[in-house]
Design a protein around this ligand. Structure first.
Ligand SMILES: [Zn+2]
Length: 178
């Protein structure tokens, strides 16, 4: 009899604390959602690029070009392993093998990437510019899953809005290029 009362009291307390702290329940749900294992950050300062630039279609294949002034700080959108890029089409850039299973490529930095090796979401990776095959200062951002390009637009808009982005593999592979 006494034992039973104790159990009821504990259950009641749990119910009360769940009601009192709705934020903790939301956090638990977010952790259970697909893709929530990774933390994300915008690849550019939020003030640097307007929200509606993040859903622009790319000129010819899945990716996005974000207008950014020469020398804008670029950041890892997800943690992973960074490898600097230096070739004629990308110019200076960086590849990030993300902990979310996608491989990200940033292109057209002003100068060599400043990140190499392990990075966390939000770590600076380089300064944007106009190197390589580029006709004006911008950040080219693309992502591949198992070698296939996926459209990053929905992911970037979710990050911008502070929401949990879809898992990379769930992002579309077409419909984001002209
Ligand atoms: Zn591009």
């Amino acid at each position: 009899m006494k034992r039973l009362r104790v159990a009821v009291t504990v259950a009641s307390l749990a119910a009360v604390s769940a009601l009192a702290l709705p934020g903790s329940a939301t956090a638990e749900q977010a952790q259970d959602a697909p893709g929530a294992a990774a933390t994300y950050a915008l690849p550019l300062d939020k003030e640097a690029v307007a929200r509606d630039e993040y859903d622009d279609p790319h000129h010819d294949y899945p990716a996005v070009d974000l207008p950014a002034a020469e020398g804008s700080q670029a950041y890892a959108s997800v943690g992973g392993t960074a490898t600097p890029i230096d070739d004629s089409s990308c110019g200076y850039g960086v590849q990030i093998e993300g902990e979310d299973g996608a491989v990200y490529v940033y292109c057209h930095f002003q100068s060599p990437a400043t990140a190499s090796g392990t990075v966390a979401a939000g770590d600076p990776v380089g300064l944007t510019g106009n190197t390589g095959s580029s006709t004006g200062p911008h950040l080219h951002y693309q992502m591949k899953v198992d070698g296939t390009l996926h459209c990053p637009q929905e992911q970037l808009l979710a990050i911008y809005d502070g929401a949990t982005p879809p898992a990379p593999a769930d992002l579309p592979t077409s419909g984001c290029s002209n």
